[in-house]
Design a binder for this molecule. Structure first.
Ligand SMILES: NC(=O)c1ccc[n+]([C@@H]2O[C@H](COP(=O)([O-])OP(=O)(O)OC[C@H]3O[C@@H](n4cnc5c(N)ncnc54)[C@H](O)[C@@H]3O)[C@@H](O)[C@H]2O)c1
Length: 254
């Protein structure tokens, strides 16, 4: 058995997943880099080092493909210590307009993906007394305008985190989540052409800016690591104080 610990990161090719993979590599983990496109994953694997990272191309919404990620980890590194369920899709649309297929896709990837990879990894996590960190969102706490499908999916991720923490704690397996506010990744790209939307977002975040992916990665690293050995079932906001607000307007900047 390899002495280094091993982490699976889903959706590792871009954004928060990429930053998390690089951070966990820095922390000393071997990395299993999952995503649907090999190109970006292979680049990250090269950056980390071929003996410390493998690529596992798979669609997490499919049970058998999710299982193949775990099989890759066992084959390359002898087991699984940490699963970071980061893969996700955002398909906006109001409650009356969002297409059925878009709603179903968010449920399949964002909710089904977390379940599929976690359950596939569970036998290994029980052996390693490992842990799971899910990437939920502030959108899993309360509603956003024109995001009801995404809200439903991230609400499910947050509650699944807590419920699994209850069920799996007895095996020594911890399950936690981070809940970032709008993060500076390609998901936020459309906002960049809409300065009023960016301004409105900045106003709602007490620290006055978007989250950087590395700031999410460092919190994932904490939850995945030994300093969080007795932290279980937590949904940790990484939101500059956004969720501390009850939703009333910010009068300080008027
Ligand atoms: N950017 C934000 O504002 C924000 C805020 C809170 C939470 N999040 C969450 O963070 C996570 C990462 O998002 P991001 O902002 O880095 O965006 P991103 O689009 O860069 O990352 C998502 C990654 O998931 C991968 N992916 C999508 N479907 C997949 C599937 N079926 N199987 C495997 N991989 C798949 C994509 O290829 C991509 O690499 C998502 O779960 C997202 O919901 C993002």
């Amino acid at each position: 058995m390899n002495a280094r610990k091993t982490a699976i990161v889903t959706g590792a090719g871009t954004g928060i997943g990429r930053a998390t993979a690089l951070r966990l590599a820095q922390d000393g983990f071997n990395l299993v880099l999952n995503g649907t496109r090999p190109g970006p994953l292979e680049e990250i694997a090269k950056e980390i080092g071929a003996d410390k990272a493998v690529v596992a191309v798979a669609d997490v919404s499919k049970r058998d493909e999710a299982a193949s990620i775990v099989a890759t980890s066992v084959k390359a590194f002898g087991g699984v210590d940490v699963v970071v369920n980061n893969a996700g899709v955002v398909l906006p649309g109001t409650a009356d307009m969002l297409a059925d297929a878009d709603f179903d896709r968010m449920m399949a990837v964002n909710v089904g993906g977390v379940r599929n990879v976690t359950l596939a990894a569970l036998p290994e996590l029980r052996k390693s007394k490992g842990n799971v960190v899910n990437v939920s969102s502030v959108s899993g706490m309360r509603g956003d305008w024109a995001m009801y499908g995404y809200n439903a999916s991230k609400g499910a991720v947050s509650l699944m985190t807590q419920a699994m923490a209850l069920d799996l704690g007895r095996y020594g397996v911890r399950v936690n989540a981070v809940a970032p506010a709008t993060t500076n990744t390609r998901l936020a790209e459309p906002l960049k052409g809409a300065p009023k939307a960016i301004e409105a977002l900045h106003k709602r975040i007490p620290m006055g800016r978007l989250v950087e992916p590395e700031e999410v990665a460092s919190v994932v690293s904490f939850l995945a690591g030994p300093d969080a050995a007795f932290v279980n079932g937590v949904i940790l906001p990484v939101d500059g104080g956004l969720s501390a607000s009850n939703g009333q307007p910010n009068f300080l900047d008027q």
